[in-house]
Design a protein around this ligand. Structure first.
Ligand code: SAH
Length: 219
């Protein structure tokens, strides 16, 4: 999908190219995901004071005790979402800076993203507008309840960790759909993928990750 992103942020293109090389070394293979990572200006998703660190492969603070996810994890989750064909509709729980949503929005037709902290949501909305990303819908609520009126989703990505997978999210998965989420105690989470089959849910534990916790309620 073309957007203003194609013409923006050329100044850091070389650092972004290096980031993509590192992602490849770490095992990210999907060419479309790599291309989207190459052109998405991550420095616009963090505070100006941190912009020079935007292409390091680390999580960075975005205020309210939250973080923008590490590029490797964003690429990995995106790869899991599109493996076997890009779904039409994806739900993200935890908009945060909006970076993961911006990457997904260039891979699928429509992204629905839920955030519990209103100020973060508003900042993300401004970034999407500035970048010309028009296929992202935002909602301010506790994402554990998903987004009932837009369900079912071909994929659900949760970008905050919890010991349990919220039941509503599982029921909002389309048949064949997949949920990707960090599951476990803080500090001991693994990236889990659940695929909805006709009558059963199949779970695979993939690799250790470290995310901020999923919290209840909206502020
Ligand atoms: N995807 C984000 C990652 C942000 S960190 C990015 O690319 O920047 C996780 C986010 O999840 C935080 O913004 C946090 O406020 C939000 N969050 C935590 N619990 C939530 C919940 N129950 N519902 C919605 N958002 C939640």
């Amino acid at each position: 999908m073309r957007s203003l992103i194609d013409g923006i942020g050329m100044t850091s293109q070389r650092t972004r190219d290096r980031l993509v090389e590192r992602l490849q070394e770490q095992g990210v293979r999907d060419p479309t995901v790599l291309e989207v990572m190459r052109r998405t200006p991550r420095h616009l998703f963090v505070d100006e004071a941190l912009a020079s660190r935007a292409y390091e492969d680390t999580a960075l603070p975005i205020g309210h005790g939250q973080t923008i996810s590490q590029p490797y994890v964003v690429a990995r989750m995106s790869e899991l979402v599109v493996a076997g064909g890009a779904p039409e509709k994806v739900l993200e729980v935890g908009t945060g800076s909006g970076y993961q949503a911006a990457v997904l929005a260039q891979l699928v037709s429509r992204v629905y993203s839920v955030e519990r902290i209103e100020e973060l949501q508003q900042q993300a909305r401004q970034r999407f507008r500035a970048l010309g990303l028009r296929n992202i819908r935002l909602q301010h609520s506790d994402g554990a309840g998903g987004w009932e009126s837009a369900a079912p989703f071909g994929a659900i990505v949760v970008t905050a960790g919890s010991e349990d997978i919220p039941q509503s999210l599982l029921t909002q998965l389309a048949p064949g759909g997949r949920l990707v989420m960090p599951v476990g105690d803080r500090g001991r989470q693994s990236l889990v993928m659940v695929t909805r089959r006709e009558t059963v849910y199949e779970r695979v534990d993939l690799e250790p990750v470290s995310f901020v916790p999923l919290r209840q309620g909206a502020t």
